[in-house]
Design a protein around this ligand. Structure first.
Ligand code: HMG
Length: 388
């Protein structure tokens, strides 16, 4: 075995977006606050027949070979906008995609951090049994109160990754730095569809978690920042990466001298166009970096910082495999983003905020163009459908 890591990656985001140009008009503020101060241009908006399950299934579908379907040993579904308190969202995906029955399926939650817990657990499972392949999926809809400071950071999307031995894209290093603290910076009680947030505190805890996780990574023998070529941060909004880079540079001192803002710029292209996708956000950023970086990253080292409010932070590193470009889906991702449709304010509000309760039975008209969609709710059961 020559290492364990990400063998394949695919992202999905709904066909519709709301422009932050329109949101600044609705909020009556200076356009540069959202476009420059927050660093977002568009937010992905799911139509009523799309949820974390259908987005996840649509992210997984392109990487599902017959061999993967038959051999996947574990499915880890990371989300903080789950659709059931008992049944894992991963089981709906398991059924929709016809995965083999002899695998374990589980849902993970810890705000935006949970996919990283999934990846680290998956990597350890594969280190123990190198023949196994683990599917890690992260899928979320970021929703804040209408008119609140958080509204400009909303978004929706999913990422699917295969973790295996001898990965084709990225080999994970075994050292990682951790930091956990019990804090109320962002949370969502069960009765709410929108998050509660103390925005300024959340930024402070994010940056403190980064400094602490970095220090822990170095204490455990992790690489100096001088050996890192690119950085990828959890991105609730792209301007946050600028703050993160400044905090990490300060914590790492002279080790950061060779890095400037270009080391994370390509990781922001997808996030700026999609918005926050909570658990998926860091890995959509990673996919953006791999897909869109003009340089050949083969053999280069990427530092990744995962953060989930509440709060858990983890800093880890990975090496890009030499032939990684052959295995990316950059063109499909570009086509998906380029063909999205702009929503007017009324439709955005109706879909994001005014949708009737999902507790009642209903049939959803087809709005999604994904391969899988939520077709109906019948007798409290969610019914998904594959596009004909
Ligand atoms: P706010 O109070 O509306 O914004 O909320 P602000 O007044 O602080 O302004 C934001 C930035 O825009 C500032 O820049 C302003 O100077 C600048 P900064 O000082 O920060 O560098 N600005 C302008 N720039 C250019 N032209 C202008 C202009 N006006 C102002 N005209 C806040 C901002 C992020 C707090 C809010 O959007 C929010 O609460 N968002 C949700 C929480 C969040 O995203 N927190 C991030 C860290 S926590 C995290 O990442 C976890 C999370 O993903 C959840 C999870 O883990 O599950 C959120």
């Amino acid at each position: 075995m020559t290492g364990v890591g990400i063998d394949d990656i695919s992202i999905y985001t709904p066909e519709y977006y709301y422009s932050l140009h329109d949101l600044v008009i609705a909020h009556g503020i200076d356009p540069n606050k959202y476009l420059v101060g927050i660093g977002q241009e568009r937010m992905a908006v799911p139509p009523p027949d799309e949820d974390v399950v259908s987005m996840a299934a649509n992210a997984v579908a392109p990487l599902l070979t017959r061999q993967l379907r038959d051999t996947v040993s574990t499915v880890i579904f990371a989300t903080e906008s789950g659709i059931d308190q008992s049944k894992s969202a991963g089981l709906f995906v398991h059924g929709l995609l016809g995965l083999n029955p002899h695998c374990r399926v589980v849902e993970f939650k810890q705000a935006c951090y949970s996919a990283t817990a999934g990846i680290q657990l998956a990597a350890d499972l594969v280190r123990q049994r190198p023949m196994e392949k683990v599917l890690v999926i992260a899928s979320d809809i970021a929703r804040y109160e209408r008119g609140s400071e958080g509204e400009c950071t909303q978004g929706a999307g999913a990422v699917a990754m295969v973790i295996s031995a001898n990965p084709r894209l990225l080999e994970l290093h075994p050292v990682s730095g951790l930091y956990s603290v019990d804090v109320m910076d962002f949370w969502r009680p069960n009765h709410r569809s929108t998050a509660c947030v103390d925005g300024k505190l959340s930024i402070d805890v994010y940056l403190r978690s980064l400094a602490e996780a970095w220090a822990d990574y170095r204490r455990k023998g992790g690489l100096p920042l001088g050996a890192v070529d690119k950085l990828c941060f959890h991105q609730p909004f792209t301007r946050m990466a600028k703050k993160a880079f400044a905090a990490l540079s300060e914590a790492a001192g002279s080790e950061a001298a060779h890095l400037d803002e270009s080391c994370y710029a390509d990781s922001q292209i997808y996030g700026r166009a999609i918005g926050n996708t909570y658990s998926a956000s860091l890995y959509i950023g990673l996919c953006s970096l791999l897909d869109r970086c003009g340089e050949d990253l083969g053999g280069r080292t990427i530092g990744l910082f995962s953060y989930g409010s509440g709060a858990v932070g983890e800093f880890f590193t990975a090496t890009v495999k030499p032939q990684y470009r052959r295995h990316l889906r950059a063109e499909a991702h570009r086509a998906m983003l380029d063909s999205r449709r702009r929503l007017d304010g009324r439709t955005y509000a109706a879909w994001f905020y005014d949708a009737p309760s999902q507790a009642e039975d209903r049939v959803f008209p087809q709005e999604s163009r994904g391969r899988f969609r939520l077709a109906a709710i019948e007798g409290q059961r969610r019914i998904y459908a594959a596009a004909s």
